[in-house]
Design a protein around this ligand. Structure first.
Ligand SMILES: [Zn+2]
Length: 209
């Protein structure tokens, strides 16, 4: 029997995605063998998670010191004519790396279906209430013209994608030119955005329809 605090920590680590009890134990014993200052540093970084805020528009995690919008949503050079729906923050990182997309994002999360649906409804309501437009002053304004559904090519991802497309369809009444697209299916089934190499993801983006 392991001492209770060690076992409890192992159990915590074992709850992380893709971590089994053996690996969890390896993590804990690794930490245990670190100098006390290192353990403290690690714990402090974990503690900071409590202070993370979420972007008021796209739901992306951001530093507590930031304003209510994240760097991407705040950036006036990003086009407001396209929104890319992703499951998680790390998917944004992957798409950003391809440098083939200059619109904004919306994170629907992976936690549970109800929460994803609530976020989707939230997005639809917001788009309805305030028209998303590009351009200011004398410039001709451009309306939102594309929503890209960039979910994983997994069973869960497919389900959300189909459901999202159905929900988003009602926006076509307000934005008749709106296209609702999905990533090109050069992707093999089962592939998750975060494990995709840049070329594959670039092709998927360019081949969206
Ligand atoms: Zn944002």
């Amino acid at each position: 029997m392991l001492p209770k605090p060690i076992q409890q920590l192992i159990d915590e680590f074992a709850q992380l995605p893709s971590v089994g009890p053996r690996q969890a134990a390896r993590f804990v014993f690794y930490l245990l063998n670190q100098p006390k200052e290192e353990i403290e540093k690690f714990a402090k970084k974990l503690f900071i998670l409590k202070k993370i805020k979420y972007c008021a528009f796209c739901n992306r995690a951001m530093e507590a010191t930031a304003t209510h919008l994240c760097e991407i949503c705040k950036n006036t050079n990003r086009e407001r004519t396209a929104i890319c729906i992703v499951e998680k923050d790390t998917d944004i990182e992957s798409i950003e790396k391809t440098k083939r997309y200059n619109g904004i994002y919306y994170v629907i999360g992976t936690e549970d279906e109800n929460r994803q649906l609530a976020r989707l409804r939230n997005l639809i309501e917001r788009i309805k209430k305030s028209r998303l437009r590009q351009g200011s002053g004398g410039q001709a304004k451009k309306d939102l013209n594309e929503i890209i559904i960039a979910t994983d090519a997994t069973t869960e991802g497919e389900t959300i994608a189909l459901y999202s497309a159905r929900c988003l369809d009602e926006l076509k009444k307000i934005y008749p030119q709106l296209k609702i697209t999905r990533l090109g299916r050069g992707l093999s089934t089962g592939s998750e955005l975060e494990y995709m190499d840049e070329d594959t993801l670039t092709n998927a983006l360019l081949g969206r329809k």
